[in-house]
Design a protein around this ligand. Structure first.
Ligand code: ATP
Ligand code: MG
Length: 139
């Protein structure tokens, strides 16, 4: 995957609250092009693998339960400087610390239920995009 791409998930709370349209509008308005997108639900095995880096953390069980409790929207986004610019658009992990106008400030309830995922490096963007999409589904 090119380094001008990042990977995102609109997490189950965003779908439950009906916030997906508003969040996608912010993503579009910030200049990201959607090159792959789908609604899907992660299994326990999927979520444990996707967040394996956190498997020793005290919140891991809670995180897996949250991410599997309902459908998500997964997408690959393209823009110059995609990874960094998308992290800026979503804001800090904890919505109380997120900047005004960011997606998490607007739509996240707590550090645990924080509305949206954004890859933290080009390498992880490629790994995470490939986790959810095959090459023929990326445009
Ligand atoms: P994401 O990887 O989902 O984009 P992030 O990179 O901002 O989030 P990470 O440190 O990678 O934050 O944590 C992954 C996810 O684990 C967070 O988005 C959140 O849902 C959950 N999480 C992180 N820290 C905590 C915590 N202290 N308590 C509860 N849940 C947490
Ligand atoms: Mg992360």
């Amino acid at each position: 995957m090119a380094t001008n791409r990042t990977f995102t998930m609109l997490k189950p709370d965003s779908l439950e609250k009906g916030n997906t349209g508003a969040i996608l509008e912010k993503i579009n308005a910030a200049g990201f092009k959607i090159v792959a997108m789908k609604q899907t639900q992660m299994s326990q095995v999927d979520a444990e693998a996707f967040y394996a880096v956190h498997n020793e953390r005290p919140f891991f069980g809670e995180l897996v339960e949250y991410m599997t409790r309902g459908p998500i929207i997964a997408a690959i986004l393209e823009k110059e400087n995609a990874v960094e610019d998308f992290r800026t658009l979503i804001g800090a992990t904890n919505p109380e610390e997120a900047a005004e106008g960011t997606i998490r400030k607007l739509y996240a309830a707590s550090i645990g239920e924080n509305a949206v995922h954004g890859s933290d490096s080009d390498e992880n963007a490629a790994i995470e995009g490939a986790f959810h999409f095959s090459g023929r589904d990326i445009f």
